[in-house]
Design a protein around this ligand. Structure first.
Ligand SMILES: Nc1ncnc2c1ncn2[C@@H]1O[C@H](COP(=O)(O)OP(=O)(O)OP(=O)(O)O)[C@@H](O)[C@H]1O
Length: 333
C-alpha cells in the first residue's frame, strides 16, 4: 500500500510578540523548527511538556494563526496560501469546553454550526443527527437539556461531533481527553480509532502517555519549539535503548547484596531503593540486558548468595519511559 502524506510540516517557525507596558515588546519563539508528516488514516500524536508549542502548531495547521516561516500543507493545500480550501477539509477541536452556546442544547448548537458552515436548515439537522450518532450521543437528538448542564465527557464528545460536521478528511484535536474520567476517555479513544479506520487522518495532542500509546500509529515529541524525536511508539522505545524496568521487593538484610549483584552483573541504567510500608525494601531498576540475563542474575543471587526476593515484576518500557528518557528527565520519574 502506498503511503500518502496528508499533513506535511516543514521547518515551521512562530514567534509571539508580547507587549510589556507602553514601549517594551518581548518576543517568544514558540516554534523554532518543527518538521513532521502524518500519513493518511493515521493517528499521530504531538507530545511535549507544557509550553512546548503543541497548541501553536495546531493553530497554524488549522489556519487560526499565521506562521513566521516554514511550510505546512494539508492534502496538498498550503495552509497560508490556500487557507479557505484547508478549512473545508479539516475539523478542529481546540479547548473542548469552549465555543458552545450554554443555553442551547447540544443538538441546537450543532445545527447552528452547520448553518454557519453553509448548510441548509434541513441539511444541518440531518448532519447534526449523524455526527451525534458518530460520537455516541444519539440521546441528545431529542433532548432539551442545555449545554451548561452537560458533563465534561459529553462536552468533549460534542466538541468532536462539531469537528466532524463538514465530514473532514483531517481532524486536529488539542487535548481531547483533558479532564475526562476513565470511561469518557475510553469512549473518545475508541471513537478516534474508529474514525482512523474510516481513513480520517488525526493529529492529536495530549499528556497521558498511556492513552497515547494505546491509539497512536506515530508520535512526534517537541520541546521548546523543536522536534526532539519522531517515530512509532516502539521505534521511540528502541531508540532510547531502554530494555526493562525491574521492580522487586526484598528484606532489609538482603538489599545491599542484591543491589550489588544486579549492578555488577547487568547493564543497569539506574537503580534505586526505598522502604515500603510493609517493612520490606523495594528496589527499582532500569536495565538494558536481555530478559534471560536478568532472570539468571536474580536466580543466582537467590540460590548462591541466599538473598531473599519476596516479589518481582519485570516490565517492558512504556512510551512514558521513552518520553522521559528523550526529554532527559527519567531520573525524576
Ligand atoms: N498568544 C500568545 N502570546 C504570547 N505567547 C504565547 C501565546 N500563546 C502561546 N504562547 C507561548 O508560546 C509557547 C508555546 O505555547 P503553546 O500553547 O503552543 O504550548 P503547548 O505545548 O500547547 O503547551 P500546553 O501543553 O501547556 O498546552 C509558550 O511559551 C507560551 O507561553
Amino acid at each position: 500500500m502506498m503511503l500518502v502524506k496528508t499533513i506535511i510540516v516543514e521547518h515551521l517557525r512562530k514567534r509571539y510578540r508580547v507587549r510589556e507596558g507602553f514601549r517594551k515588546t518581548r518576543f517568544i519563539d514558540a516554534i523554532k523548527d518543527v518538521s513532521f508528516s502524518v500519513n493518511k488514516g493515521e493517528i499521530h500524536a504531538l507530545l511535549g511538556p507544557n509550553g512546548a508549542g503543541k497548541t501553536t502548531t495546531i493553530k497554524i495547521l488549522s489556519t487560526l494563526l499565521l506562521p513566521d516561516g516554514g511550510f505546512v500543507s494539508i492534502n496538498g493545500y498550503d495552509v497560508v496560501k490556500e487557507a479557505e480550501k484547508v478549512r473545508k477539509i479539516i475539523g478542529l477541536a481546540i479547548d473542548v469546553s469552549k465555543g458552545f452556546y450554554s443555553s442551547l442544547s447540544g443538538f441546537e448548537n450543532l445545527i447552528f454550526y452547520g448553518l454557519l458552515k453553509g448548510l441548509s436548515l434541513s441539511d444541518s439537522r440531518r448532519r447534526a443527527r449523524e455526527v451525534l450518532e458518530l460520537v455516541g450521543l444519539e440521546e441528545l437528538r431529542a433532548s432539551d437539556t442545555p449545554y451548561f448542564a452537560y458533563s465534561l465527557g459529553m462536552r468533549a464528545r460534542l466538541a468532536i461531533a462539531k469537528a466532524l460536521l463538514n465530514d473532514p478528511e483531517v481532524l486536529l484535536l488539542d487535548e481531547p481527553t483533558l479532564g475526562l474520567d476513565v470511561e469518557s476517555s475510553r469512549h473518545v479513544r475508541e471513537m478516534l480509532v474508529k474514525l482512523a479506520g474510516e481513513e480520517k487522518t488525526i493529529l492529536v495532542t495530549g499528556h497521558n502517555m498511556h492513552e497515547i500509546e494505546m491509539i497512536s500509529d506515530a508520535v512526534t515529541i517537541i520541546n521548546k519549539g523543536e522536534v526532539v524525536a519522531s517515530g512509532t511508539p516502539s521505534e521511540l522505545k528502541n531508540r532510547v535503548g531502554l530494555v526493562f524496568r525491574l521492580r522487586l521487593q526484598t528484606t532489609l538484610d538482603s538489599e545491599p547484596l542484591l543491589k550489588k549483584t544486579i549492578s555488577d552483573s547487568l547493564s543497569v541504567k539506574r537503580i534505586t531503593s526505598k522502604m515500603s510500608n510493609n517493612g520490606r525494601v523495594e528496589i527499582n531498576a532500569i536495565i538494558s540486558s536481555s530478559r534471560e540475563d536478568i532472570v539468571e542474575a536474580l536466580f543466582k543471587a537467590s540460590k548462591e548468595q541466599g538473598v531473599r526476593i519476596l516479589d518481582l515484576q519485570l516490565m517492558e518500557p512504556s512510551l512514558e519511559d521513552a518520553y522521559l528518557a528523550i526529554l532527559g528527565v527519567l531520573d525524576e520519574y
